[in-house]
Design a protein around this ligand. Structure first.
Ligand code: B3K
Ligand code: ZN
Length: 874
């Protein structure tokens, strides 16, 4: 496979003005007729051949301006079609045959159950018809779908419905028109036996929009939350960005087989059913919140992605980073902002940092790729969002809004680049963002070492910062970045933020300083008492920041920092210090001793007046094994597991009565609602319960059992069942799992949870259970949700067992990857991730992991898997 390079970008030789499609649906032989109105691109020379992308298409008819082409006038290859000579403006007609039912890659047109649906981003449209399948070709689309009137009563595509009617032989058709020019990746088609839930939204300027969510009949009761979220998102975008919806109809369709969470096709979003369906008894609080954020995310793409799109796929973060930033702000506004930030940063520091430190590290704007499907990553999405967040904080709220208005207005209907976006921000703010642009081109996580000195006599605090970004594959040398660091100096006497004066300038008590040099010093004057610095508040930049905090400093910040995020982070750092010692003790065979300071800090948290229960729940949560691993020079999964378990049990033993009290005080029998208030209460009590069950406290176990049996809502049921399943009480968990599995055998999304609960068990027999569950009738390798729930969860979250020293965990994963490489390359490539991290482990494990990568490499590989494996073994 060949790499594509950003530096090779050229506009297409021909562009499409309008696209007319007719689909005659059939599982084994769907006919797709395309009529394309093309013209030469004004920036390209005359006389170039027409090159169209196409994969797996059986060409039946081809005609230019009504004249069938002779065999020597065109050529078809594995990757497309070339017409050697074409005029300046012309119409090209093709007809191809495709087989949706044989499409297990779930790209292009495929079947999910008895429905037909599409997924075209990034390069799936070329599996539907011959086309310039690149985002800088934007055309209007008219689509006619012909299906069986009984089996596919519902026929949907983008835009507005314009005509429908019946045809001979029990067939019928529907025609859709999308007036907004769009790239092919935003094309969508859905056909099947679906039911809809309908609602309406009136935009700020008075447009009446019909909102529809299409589902299979049995899911009709599970759409309320998605619909309410959609309406909230629509009005939020009007207020926050001045952006209105632009068609009379907005549709969401839920499908069970989907590679990602959802897809923002114009006017017809297609969703993984897991990202849209919710019900008190089938979905957890986390799932409710995920649905809300994904519905919003896809909706926000209507402007950041669809109206203004990407010139090429290297600019993917232009739409994804910005849209993630938008959905994060939306969720923060709708729920608890501090908790939202804590959750996002936790994921980021665990998984994006790991990506940045591994063999697949790449910049927010990569400069080459083999398979773009491999670049829907935490770096493009989440780091991209962090970069936009830094921009927003640098230019300030008003300028950011002026900049985004400028961006949407100036580039409406166009396919643009990251420079265009940042340029609007620079123009609106007057700031020079040249150095800032390095965030887009430089991969890797910057590391900042900070030191502070308080001069009592002079009343000065000197802060020294040094930044360095470690080398990443292909980028040995790194430049200093422009890093905004939000900070406060918390007085050790007063416990308050001290006023900040820097270079004679008064900055308030919470300020942002700009680190631009490799090394830089900041001298704060008029500092009236010795401070503890609170650095990188709110995670103001996606960096690792080290500061030689003592345990006392951290306990102090945990109790006093005015920044909720940094209070939480101080607790995490304090726990990390204790964990580091215990990991070392475990490795050296020394007796483990519980750090009393951590116990006292937790006691303080549990007994203080509670203002935000959701934040408290986060503060009481220990860093995950994955996060701890991220902090270690060499990952010792067993030592990490032992150390974390030791701390958890130590805290539970010391604070047992407090946890029990917190559990009882926050238990609530009100009828379920996914409100921030209720979610906070459930998180807090469930964290408390996890401590009690960690020491298999009688009372705790009984509460867990009761919570499971009460069957009040899925959050509580799943949590209780997970705790029991992860405990040694198989006498309780086995019957509970059986009952749960039988009760929900008909609900595919609940069965996903049932799989995940079991494969995260720490017990050593879990690998056999994974294999056993792979034979379960509810499991299928062809369904990405199932693969993620069972295999992905095992490999990604059950660290002790996946990394078993006999290599059985690795072997199992490699076996699945090899099979999926044939069925669904996009999912196969994602699944390999844990194996690519071999360099972080001991030699024995390194060899075992590499051996499995080699075994995969020996197969006939899809470009997706090939690219990942080659990088991992490079
Ligand atoms: N834009 C889609 C991504 C689909 C790509 C799959 N290969 C989802 C999203 O970010 O909204
Ligand atoms: Zn997106």
């Amino acid at each position: 496979p060949q790499a594509t390079h950003l530096s090779d970008y050229r506009p297409p030789a021909y562009r499409v003005i309008c696209t007319e499609l007719t689909f005659d649906l059939d599982p084994a032989a769907t006919r797709v007729k395309a009529s394309l109105h093309l013209e030469r691109h004004p920036q390209r020379e005359a006389g170039l051949p027409l090159e169209l992308d196409g994969e797996g298409l059986d060409l039946k008819v081809i005609a230019l301006d009504g004249q069938p082409l002779e065999a020597d006038e065109y050529a078809v290859s594995d990757t497309g079609l070339i017409v050697h000579r074409v005029p300046e403006r012309f119409r090209l007609e093709t007809e191809v045959e495709i087989a949706p039912q044989a499409n297990t890659a779930l790209e292009g047109l495929y079947r999910s159950g008895s429905m037909y649906c599409t997924q075209c981003e990034a390069e799936g449209f070329r599996r539907i018809t011959f086309y310039p399948d690149r985002p800088d070709v934007m055309a209007t689309f008219t689509t006619t779908v012909i299906g069986d009137a009984e089996r596919e009563p519902v026929l949907l595509s983008n835009g507005n419905p314009v005509e429908r009617g019946s045809l001979p032989n029990g067939r019928h058709f529907a025609t859709w028109e999308d007036p907004h020019p769009k790239p092919s990746y935003l094309f969508a088609l859905v056909a099947g036996d679906l039911e809809k839930v309908e609602d309406a939204f009136t935009t700020a300027s008075g447009r009446e929009v019909t909102l529809q969510i299409w589902v299979e009949e049995e899911n009709l009761g599970k759409t309320d939350h998605a619909m309410a979220s959609l309406k909230r998102a629509m009005s939020w975008d009007e207020q926050a960005y001045g952006r209105e919806y632009d068609l009379d109809l907005f549709m969401i369709v839920a499908v069970n087989d989907f590679n990602m969470g959802a897809m923002e096709n114009k006017g017809l979003n297609i969703f993984n059913s897991a990202a849209v369906l919710t019900h008190v008894h089938t979905a957890t609080d986390a799932a409710f919140q995920r649905v809300e954020s994904i519905v919003a995310h896809e909706y926000f793409h209507n402007w950041s992605g669809n109206r203004v799109t990407c010139r090429d796929w290297f600019q993917l973060s232009l739409k994804e980073g910005f849209t993630v930033y938008r959905d994060q702000c939306f969720s923060a506004d709708t729920n608890s902002p501090a908790v939202k930030r804590i959750e996002d940063v936790s994921v980021f520091r665990t998984s994006q940092f790991a990506e940045d430190a591994g063999p697949t590290a790449h910049p927010v704007r990569p400069d080459h790729y083999i398979e773009i499907g491999n670049f829907y990553t935490l770096t493009i999405y989440e780091k991209g969002a962090e970069v936009v967040r830094m921009l927003a904080n640098l230019v300030g709220k008003e300028a950011f809004r002026r900049g985004s208005d400028l961006y949407f207005d100036r580039f409406d209907g166009r396919a643009v680049t990251i420079e265009d976006f940042v340029g609007c921000m620079a123009e609106a703010s007057g700031l020079d963002l040249t150095q800032f642009m390095r965030w887009y081109s430089q991969a890797g996580t910057p590391e900042i070492d900070a030191f502070g000195e308080y001069d009592y006599a002079r009343g000065e605090y000197r802060l020294m910062l040094r930044q360095r970004t470690p080398a990443t594959p292909g980028q040995p040398d790194k430049q200093p970045l422009h890093i905004p660091i939000r900070l406060g100096l918390v007085g050790t006497k007063s416990g308050r933020d001290l006023p900040l004066t820097l270079n004679g300038e008064t900055l308030g008590s919470d300020a942002v300083i700009d680190l631009r040099e490799a090394e830089q010093e900041f001298l704060f004057t008029d500092v009236s008492e010795a401070p503890v610095p609170s650095l990188l508040r709110g995670f103001s930049a996606p960096v690792k920041l080290r500061f030689p905090y003592g345990r006392e400093d951290l306990a102090f910040l945990l109790a006093n920092d005015s920044d909720g995020f940094n209070r939480w982070d101080a607790g995490q750092r304090l726990a990390m210090l204790a964990l580091d010692d215990l990991i070392a003790a475990h490795r050296n065979g020394v007796e483990k001793v519980m750090d009393t300071r951590v116990v006292e800090a937790f006691r303080g948290l549990l007994s203080a007046e509670i203002d935000d229960r959701a934040v408290l729940a986060e503060m009481l949560t220990l860093p995950s094994e994955a996060y701890i691993a991220e902090q270690q020079p060499l990952v010792d999964v067993d030592a990490i597991h032992a150390a974390r378990t030791f701390v958890k049990q130590g805290l539970a033993t010391a604070l047992r009565d407090d946890f029990l009290r917190v559990y009882r005080e926050n238990h609530c029998d009100e009828s379920y609602a996914p409100t921030p208030e209720q979610i906070a209460g459930r998180s807090l009590k469930n964290v408390a319960l996890s401590y009690l069950v960690a020491i298999e406290d009688e009372e705790g176990i009984a509460q867990a059992m009761e919570q499971f049996e009460a069957d009040h809502n899925m959050t509580d049921v799943r949590h209780a069942l997970t705790l029991l399943t992860h405990s040694s009480r198989d006498d309780l968990s086995e019957p509970a799992l059986r009952a749960f599995g039988e009760k929900w055998a008909h609900d595919t999304l609940v069965m996903d949870q049932w799989f995940s609960i079991q494969v995260t068990r720490p017990q050593p027999d879990v690998l056999d259970r994974v294999k056993f569950l792979m034979e379960h009738p509810a499991f299928s390798l062809k369904n990405p949700n199932k693969v993620r729930a069972l295999i992905g969860t095992f490999a990604g979250q059950n660290r002790v067992n996946f990394h078993r020293i006999d290599g059985e965990g690795y072997r199992l994963l490699a076996d699945v990857v090899i099979e999926l490489n044939r069925l669904n390359p996009e999912i196969a490539a994602r699944l390999i991730t844990p194996l690519t991290r071999w360099a972080r482990f001991d030699e024995t494990r390194q060899e075992l992991m590499k051996a499995e990568l080699e075994r995969i490499r020996a197969e006939k590989l899809s470009p997706n898997v090939y690219e990942v494996v080659e990088k991992a073994l490079a």
